[in-house]
Design a protein. Structure first.
Lengths: 306, 316
């Protein structure tokens, strides 16, 4: 009797000893690790806000909305409009390339191609998506720009057109894979219904599948815009650092991201110029955050459940 | 064929028209014409869409071809084993490779530890509620923050606040935060794919929560986690902008020997060489050769990921 009690005690002790501490400690450790991501966000927001605040102490807010950007020099001026202009124009060119190509490629993969073709094409798209942006930057500068210069003689060696196009190529896999996901999740019943009524494949795609998948497709476009706005190396290398406020895509333009790179890789030191990085970073952060939230909102709000 | 159809159609029409009323619901002529038109459109559409795919493939081929051609004659053993130099013909990327390698020595343990722990917490421990939803949204937003912004965070927090400067440690920690969302997402997905009955089985045998996670959940989620980790690491190896923002000097002639050394890595070297092609055209060839090395490295990493995914991933 006492013998079996003794054994029970040993087991109980063993279990207590072996597990209790870890059982309590591990969830706490995991929680700490999990909150690192929150601290990262807080860190980003605080970093940007604090140093942007220093910037606005030295520069009146009105000056931001001027079209003159000359951070270095005797009479520095900090208009952000040239940067926003450069960002929007290069992103726009990228979208003009990425949306038609990406969407039609997705339509082909989801609605027209055979299972085997899809098995070959999808990994290739993944390869395109996995190429580092610095490689695309090199490609834009050393191949696409010289090629375009033959077509457009007035094109400058650094311009907005070439990085815009290459950025579009970079984004194609993103648009394709997200749109294809959205289209593939449209149930087959709907396709078959339309086919049974005599529709062709193209009609099914355009009139049934795309309207049903429109939320996912739009969300992919918005994400693509966000990616284009935040893209750095391609525009830094191929679009140069001219701070002119111009709509001429054959000329050099600077984007927000390229401005940040130009200023940190040089010797920014501590001064208004250094703080201006964070003001630009803050604007960039708000732009992309809004795009990401919008994309999330679209795919949630307008999703049709089947 | 069409003629035959037409005559048959006409006969029919005449027959029906004898009574003075139009009994046909449709005119076969017009319908056939429309149908042919629609079928033609369908074919044209299919061709057009496949052109988009071909366009993407073509770009990929041109990109690899161009870079391959430019690297010919420059990518040799000497290029891989000698150190940077201001003379193009003597320069090599040995120090650069070591820099990239040491960066990964920081990135891999930090992201694995933080990423997997976060995924375990979110999937196994967190109560499904506001906090979990908040962390989820937060992570997906972090994934969308441009990498330059992470560079600014690294510059301020690691570089200046913690006084790590532009060392390998500062760069590695910055990159770790950047790729963290990728590992968390992959980990969550892998853990979610572990079926409930495995956990129930462990609990039924008297295992506690942590024992279950350690001995049942993690082993069966491991292939998925590893695949995601490799993808995250390959993202980190190719990332340029945050490191440039940290202020990595353009020319470092010493091979880095500790985590506190200044360094240069493959993508940064490509960046600086590309910028300097205006002055020295040979730098374009060296940038191309470095790109080939980087792409081969990424290719190897991705192949390993695919092998793991195909070989070890179990479906329940």
């Amino acid at each position: 009797m006492s013998e079996s009690n003794h054994v029970r005690d040993i087991i109980r002790n063993n279990i207590k000893h072996r597990n209790n501490r870890l059982e309590i400690i591990m969830p706490k450790l995991f929680l700490i690790a999990g909150s690192i991501s929150i601290f990262t966000t807080i860190g980003i927001v605080l970093t940007l806000l604090i140093d942007a605040y220093h910037f606005f102490e030295q520069v009146p807010i009105r000056e931001i909305f001027s079209t003159k950007l000359a951070p270095l020099g005797v009479n520095p001026s900090f208009g952000i409009l040239p940067l926003i202009n450069g960002t929007i124009i290069t992103s726009l060119i990228a979208m003009i390339v990425a949306v038609p190509v990406g969407l039609t490629a997705a339509m082909y993969l989801s609605e027209f191609s055979s299972e085997n073709t899809r098995k070959i094409i999808k990994p290739i798209m993944e390869v395109l998506a996995g190429i580092p942006t610095i490689v695309y930057g090199f490609f834009a500068y050393s191949f696409v720009t010289p090629l375009l210069m033959k077509l457009i003689p007035t094109l400058e060696p650094k311009n907005a057109l070439s990085p815009g196009i290459v950025m579009g190529i970079m984004i194609i896999p993103l648009v394709t894979s997200l749109s294809e996901d959205a289209m593939s999740s449209v149930p087959n019943d709907m396709r078959e219904g339309a086919l049974a009524l005599g529709s062709t494949r193209l009609e099914v795609t355009l009139k049934v599948v795309i309207p049903a998948a429109i939320s996912g497709i739009m969300a992919s476009f918005v994400l693509a815009i966000s990616r284009a706005i935040g893209e750095t190396m391609i525009v830094t290398i191929a679009s140069g650092s001219s701070k002119n406020f111009t709509l001429d895509i054959t000329q050099s333009m600077q984007t927000m991201t390229a401005y940040i790179v130009e200023f940190t890789s040089g010797d920014a030191g501590i001064g208004t110029g250094y703080y201006s990085l964070y003001a630009v970073g803050l604007v960039l952060f708000i732009f992309t955050l809004m795009m990401n939230l919008l994309s999330r909102y679209i795919s949630r709000k307008y999703r049709e459940e089947y | 064929m069409n003629h035959h159809n037409n005559s048959e159609n006409n006969e029919k029409n005449i027959e029906l028209d004898n009574e003075g009323k139009l009994k046909t619901f449709f005119n076969k002529d017009i319908t056939t014409k429309r149908m042919n038109h629609r079928i033609l459109l369908d074919k044209v559409g299919k061709k057009l869409f496949s052109v988009s795919i071909l366009f993407a493939l073509l770009i990929l081929v041109i990109l690899f071809y161009r870079i391959g051609v430019q690297s010919i004659g420059w990518l040799d053993l000497q290029f891989l084993t000698s150190n940077l130099s201001i003379f193009p013909e003597k320069a090599g990327i040995f120090g650069v490779l070591i820099g990239s390698f040491l960066l990964m020595v920081v990135v891999i343990p930090v992201t694995l530890l933080l990423g997997i722990s976060t995924a375990i917490y979110l999937e196994e421990y967190a109560k499904k509620g506001r906090f979990q939803a908040f962390v989820d949204i937060n992570i997906s937003n972090l994934a969308g923050v441009p990498s330059v912004i992470f560079g600014l965070l690294g510059l301020t927090v690691f570089g200046r606040l913690l006084n790590l400067g532009s060392s390998i440690l500062a760069g590695g920690l910055t990159l770790s935060l950047l790729v963290l969302p990728i590992i968390v997402a992959a980990g969550q997905e892998a853990i979610r794919a572990v079926p409930g009955f495995l956990r129930d089985g462990a609990y039924a045998m008297g295992a506690t929560k942590w024992t279950t996670v350690r001995t049942v959940v993690l082993p069966s989620a491991l292939p998925g986690i590893l695949t995601g980790s490799i993808l995250a690491v390959s993202r980190a190896i190719g990332e340029t902008a945050p490191l440039v923002v940290l202020g990595i000097p353009a020319l470092i002639l010493r091979v880095p020997n500790s985590l506190m050394s200044d360094f240069t890595a493959l993508p940064i070297q490509i960046y600086y060489w590309t910028l300097d092609t205006v002055l020295t055209p040979e730098y374009a060839n060296m940038a191309a050769a470095t790109i080939v090395v980087l792409l081969v490295l990424l290719f190897l990493l991705n192949s390993v990921a695919i092998v793991i995914r195909n070989k070890y991933q179990r479906r329940y």
